[in-house]
Ligand binder design. Structure first.
Ligand code: MCA
Length: 522
């Protein structure tokens, strides 16, 4: 029987010439497909030598590098479960993730070894290794004596491949469990839907400019998987850097980014058609792309950005079309449900919405995760009795001049902020602020931001507002939680606006402070 391990699928798609380039780094280092296969085999052999039980977790918090991708592939090959962690996460977050996931192996950056070893050992983990950005650290040294031949572990489609922590409305993060089948079905669908297959069939080889982090769905499962299955070359930038992106774009055919990447490209006056001469596809996701950005981008480059919609729990579920014969790419919409993916809109009373009517977005299909790690109750709540996952997003199909099967997202039923493509739940931040001395209560909100789309701000209630030190709030948060979650502004007030039911009116606060980061000129 076919091996359902995602690596087996990827390996079956490697180009015939294994000595061609798989990854070129921003610094000009080259890795062939053979290098990736061999090095992931060595690391997989080392992982296998640890004698871990099937399903053991490998938690990874390292900077982006080809070796980080090798470690991911090695984990899959060894039949273990990959648990990537945002490099911005600080002590409080790491402590929670490690205790909750109980990984058997933790790989971190050399600089954070002492801190993380302590947290990992408190969570019962015995193997803590390091991986730096320049092939440094103990992981590669541990793997070096092992053979590079490794028979990829047999896995079924339903077996767990990865756990991705997503912030929760209650402030407690949930580990979304993704199976080999989830990853494979989505990657195969996108391979066709976004035209990678047709390029291959036409004898062309895509070049993906990869600037996203490797610890979220977007950079790891969408971008890297697309390149792996396409046999495409990846130009891997350690992070999104405007100058480097401008330098490498003219040699690339596909680019994926969050809206911030596109606004930053447009902020460069010299950016234009000449940078996009080889490009066939720009994709945007993880946060809403403003129609204005879409329009400006087309005017400057002649390229129509393809916006799509995904989540950690479902990978990609809806996308604007790539092939013009399927339909136009429409700004402000996320397009049509991907082939094989069911998407429906439901009213609050459980009845289906009609075209144009706003409702709750629900999804079903081979891309949808089986549940949250060790949270059966939460999992039950998030699925309907007939098996559809409640995304928490709100939208409508169709609309004026828009085909009936195109989805437009209009809001979120959950109280979520998306800053530069990262999700932030106010409840989590409010929990930390409310513990601070002198704070009566707080309300965390998202405000329009020219670079990040939305930025986090906090409104803090103090009995003595004049004497309250707002800077102390951010100062204290910085060591505990990821910097992108730390409010970029703190307003100190005597009380919060409330409705008749006593509920804090965040819409009033958002309105009051809306020009904080984007003042109107004049
Ligand atoms: C960095 N900072 C941020 C953010 N990123 N603040 C708010 N929001 C952010 N996203 C802060 C830093 O903490 C620092 O603060 C200051 O900004 C400068 O930091 P730096 O590292 O230089 O920032 P940067 O390198 O310019 O990063 C901004 C970025 C990056 C390029 C937009 O955040 C990014 O690559 N985001 C992509 C996120 C992503 O991949 N999302 C996908 C997940 P200070 O000055 O105080 O130190 S969602 C997903 O996967 C779903 C499923 C999907 O559909 O795709």
């Amino acid at each position: 029987m076919k091996n359902g391990n995602f690596y087996s699928l990827a390996e079956s798609r490697f180009p015939a010439d294994l000595d061609s380039t798989c990854i070129e780094t921003g610094e000009g280092a080259f890795y062939t497909w053979r290098d990736m296969h061999r090095a992931s085999g060595r690391i997989a052999n080392w992982l296998a030598s640890l004698g871990l039980e099937a399903g053991a977790r490998v938690a990874v918090q390292v900077e982006k590098s080809p070796e980080c991708l090798m470690l991911y592939l090695a984990t899959l090959r060894a039949g273990l479960v990959y648990l990537p962690l945002n490099t911005a996460y600080q002590r409080a977050e790491l402590e929670y993730f490690l205790k909750d996931a109980e990984p058997s192996v933790v790989v971190c950056t050399p600089a954070r070894f002492d801190e993380i070893r302590q947290l990992a050992s408190a969570a019962g983990c015995r193997h803590v290794e390091t991986l730096g950005e320049r092939r440094d650290g103990t992981l590669l040294a541990r793997a070096a004596p092992f053979q590079d031949a490794f028979a990829t572990a047999r896995r079924a489609a339903r077996d767990l491949a990865a756990i991705l922590y997503t912030s929760g409305t209650t402030g407690r993060s949930k580990g979304a469990m993704l199976t080999h089948g989830n990853l494979a079905s989505n990657a195969l669908t996108l391979d066709e839907f976004w035209g990678f297959k047709s390029e291959r069939d036409a004898g062309r080889r895509d070049v993906l400019l990869h600037a996203l982090p490797l610890f979220h769905v977007h950079g790891l499962f969408v971008a890297s998987h697309a390149a792996l299955l396409a046999g495409a070359k990846t130009i891997m930038l350690a992070k999104f850097d405007l100058a480097a992106a401008l330098r490498h774009l003219p040699r690339s055919t596909v680019f994926m980014g969050v809206p911030t990447y596109y606004t930053r490209l447009l902020s460069e006056p010299a950016f234009g058609r000449q940078h996009c001469r080889s490009m066939r596809l720009f994709i945007s996701g993880s946060a809403p792309l403003l129609a204005e950005t879409h329009k400006q981008f087309e005017e400057r480059t002649g390229q129509v950005i393809l916006e799509r919609y995904g989540m950690s729990e479902t990978v990609m579920l809806v996308s604007n079309p790539y092939f013009p014969e399927r339909g136009p790419r429409i700004a402000g919409t996320v397009g049509e449900p991907l082939p094989g993916v069911g998407v429906r809109l439901m009213r609050d009373d459980g009845a289906p919405c009609t075209v144009g009517e706003i409702g709750n977005v629900q999804v079903r299909g081979p891309n949808v995760f089986p549940g949250y790690w060790r949270m059966p109750e939460k999992t039950r709540e998030e699925f309907t009795s007939d098996g559809w996952f409640r995304t928490g997003d709100v939208g409508h199909f169709g609309g004026k001049g828009i085909p009936d099967h195109y989805l437009t997202l209009v809001g979120r039923s959950k109280d979520l902020i998306i800053s530069g493509g990262y999700n932030v739940y106010p409840k989590e931040i409010e929990g930390y602020i409310d513990e601070m001395p002198g704070v009566v209560e707080s309300a965390v909100i998202g405000l329009p931001h020219p670079d990040f789309g939305e930025a986090v701000a906090a409104v803090v209630v103090s009995r003595e507002p004049a004497a309250f030190d707002a800077a102390a709030v951010t100062g204290s948060l910085k060591g505990q939680i990821a910097n992108y979650k730390v409010p970029k502004r703190v307003f100190v007030v005597a009380d919060l606006p409330r409705n008749a039911m006593g509920k804090v009116q965040k819409n009033v606060l958002r309105e009051r402070y809306k020009e904080t980061f984007t003042p109107t000129r004049g």
